[in-house]
Structures are given as structure tokens and as C-alpha cells.
Ligand binder design. Structure first.
Ligand SMILES: N[C@@H](CCC(=O)N[C@@H](CS)C(=O)NCC(=O)O)C(=O)O
Length: 222
């Protein structure tokens, strides 16, 4: 299988966690931001990574978006499963996955890029890095007001994710798509001291999920 990705994208990390959990061997192709559209648009009609190319007879040619990728991998290799068998837990896990994708992954992006341009500039002050960050800021309309809203969404998210304070998994007794999504999509916060100091349990769980999924730890936790 081939995963088209940006190496630093937390949505691509989510796909890698799923591939790693299922012990599926794969290769990655790192796309160049900006030029990625030329490669992706004709294949998927979208401009976002991750995109998975199974490259096997009898399999779909292309799967775009991290959620369909997780669903596809579950059907491709059902065991070990990251979807609860219990109906209520399954619904809960997918609900959390969708909320993490649509709301919390975006809020994390806003807060993270805002930090990288200000207090966190020293992480990589190079011209090329700051240029990419500025393009992302422009693309997603990241400004002090939208960052403030994102920060308050993240504070709320910590309440929703509070089961992680006392138990290893967000839903039920086993790892689920909710843990995989949370571990990937919140991982950029590991570089921001406020979150590290206020929510140490969050980063402990992120580390544990990465170990279970055989995935390299994100920057700040490595
Ligand atoms: N809902 C999508 C979100 C993916 C996403 O936002 N990817 C970003 C990188 S983190 C991207 O490809 N941005 C480039 C663009 O929008 O052109 C998923 O889960 O795959």
C-alpha cells in the first residue's frame, strides 16, 4: 500500500496509526505542499491528504480522507479490530471520531500554527518553515479571534476526553477509532507548554496509543 501524505500532518498520522495497529506494511510518499493539488485532484477530486492507494488487484484504486481510510482498513484486515463490537460503544466511538476530525483537529491546527508564529517561533525559525506556516494561516483564516474560539473548543474537549484520565481507552475496554483519532489529532499540542503542563494525562495516553500502534512518537514526545 502507498500512503500519500504530508509528513507533519496530524490527519496523516491518524492513517499511519491505523495501518500500524493492523500491522499492514506500507510505503509513504511525502508530497510538497502547494504542488500536492496537482497529484491529488485528478485522483480524488479533493486537495487533502491522507490518500491511500492499496495497489492490489481486487482492491479500490484510491481512498481519500482519513475516516474512509480507517473504515477501509477495518474491512481489509478485520483483526485486530479498532471498532467496538457492542452497538452502543460502536456508535459512541464513531461519534467521537467524527467530532475529533471535524472540530478538534481543526481547533488544534489553529492553536498550533498560531503558537508556531509567535511564542513557538524558535522551534523552526527558518524562512521556509515560517513561509509554510504563514500560507496555512492565510488558507484557514487563522487570526487572534479564530484562535480564541479554537482554544475554548480545546478546553471543552479536555472535559469530553476526561475518561482518559482514569482509563486507557475512551470507549469500552479496547482501543477504538476514538483513541486513534484523539492520539493523532491532538498530538501537535505536545509542543505547547500550556497543554503539556495542564493536561499531562493527555500526553501519557497519546504516547501509549502510539506504542500500541507501532508509530513514531510526535515531536515533543519523542
Ligand atoms: N477530513 C480530512 C482532513 C485532512 C486535512 O485537512 N489535511 C490537510 C493536512 S493536515 C491537507 O491536506 N491540507 C491541504 C489542502 O487543504 O490543500 C481527513 O480526515 O483526511
Amino acid at each position: 500500500m502507498l500512503l500519500l501524505q504530508f509528513s507533519t500532518s496530524q490527519y496523516c498520522r491518524k492513517a499511519r496509526l491505523a495501518l500500524g495497529y493492523k500491522k499492514i506494511s506500507y510505503q509513504v510518499e511525502n508530497l510538497t505542499p502547494g504542488l500536492h493539488i496537482l497529484k491529488l485532484k485528478p485522483k480524488t477530486g479533493l486537495s487533502t491528504v491522507p490518500v491511500l492507494l492499496p495497489q492490489e488487484d481486487g482492491q479500490p484504486e484510491v481512498i481519500a480522507d482519513s475516516t474512509p481510510i480507517l473504515k477501509y482498513l477495518e474491512s481489509y484486515r478485520p483483526l485486530p479490530s479498532y471498532i467496538p463490537a457492542n452497538h452502543q460503544e460502536k456508535t459512541q466511538a464513531w461519534l467521537l471520531e467524527d467530532w475529533l476530525d471535524e472540530s478538534i483537529g481543526t481547533a488544534t491546527r489553529f492553536v498550533y500554527y498560531h503558537y508556531r508564529l509567535g511564542e513557538g517561533k524558535a522551534i523552526d525559525p527558518s524562512f521556509s518553515s515560517q513561509l509554510v506556516i504563514n500560507i496555512v494561516r492565510f488558507q484557514y483564516n487563522i487570526n487572534p479571534s479564530s484562535v480564541k474560539l479554537a482554544e475554548s473548543r480545546l478546553e471543552n474537549a479536555m472535559q469530553v476526553l476526561s475518561p482518559w484520565q482514569t482509563q486507557p481507552y475512551l470507549v469500552g475496554e479496547n482501543i477504538s477509532v476514538a483513541d486513534i483519532a484523539a492520539a493523532a489529532l491532538l498530538s501537535p499540542l505536545a509542543l505547547i507548554p500550556h497543554y503539556r503542563q495542564t493536561y499531562p494525562w493527555l500526553f501519557q495516553r497519546i504516547k501509549e496509543i502510539h506504542h500500541i500502534c507501532n508509530e513514531t512518537l510526535p515531536p515533543g514526545l519523542d
